[in-house]
Design a protein around this ligand. Structure first.
Ligand SMILES: [Zn+2]
Length: 172
């Protein structure tokens, strides 16, 4: 199933004008894939999906996982995160430059604000996948991810809404 599925997913992205190649990779415990390293809307790239997902998720669920990542690229979510940081950072620097007490915390605060701002993009990506596959499949993905990985580390908790919230949003 794997090669055929990969071809089908690649074609689906191509139909949206995105050159995104899904690829199954060995699972690393330190990274919670799928991740989008160095992927751009213009030049495309590889969406890495842990090979173990083939055992855990159905075909529809794998499609949801891929399309969720496709949405991040299609809607330029990571670029928007960076643009937001680029707007906030000069303010933080200007306000706290030379102030030993507030300089580093203000930069940290910008990071937290940007990650929190990113949350809305997760809802958007979930919805995008649910609309194309099915709401049930996307909800099952979220439940299984939570069962296997929990809610993730601190960074993930700041940048991602809780699984329960994401499911509620999909049911609306
Ligand atoms: Zn996401």
């Amino acid at each position: 199933m794997a090669p055929r599925l990969l071809t089908a997913l690649e074609r689906e992205a191509l139909d949206m004008g995105l050159k995104l190649r899904p690829e199954f990779v060995a699972e690393e415990t330190s990274v919670r894939p799928p991740i989008l390293p160095g992927v751009s809307r213009r030049f495309g790239g590889t969406v890495k999906i842990p090979r173990a997902f083939l055992r855990i998720f159905s075909k529809d669920e794998l499609r949801c996982i891929f399309l969720h990542e496709v949405a991040h690229v299609k809607f330029r979510h990571l670029l928007k995160d960076m643009a937001f940081a680029a707007v906030l950072l000069p303010f933080a620097l200007a306000l706290t430059w030379g102030n030993d007490l507030f300089f580093l915390p203000s930069i940290f605060a910008v990071g937290v604000i940007v990650l929190a701002f990113h949350r809305r993009f997760e809802f958007e990506a979930d919805r995008f996948a649910a609309d194309r596959v099915s709401r049930e499949a996307m909800i099952d993905v979220l439940k299984k991810v939570k069962g296997r990985y929990g809610e993730g580390g601190l960074l993930n908790k700041i940048s991602h809404p809780g699984v329960q919230k994401r499911i509620q949003r999909l049911r609306r």
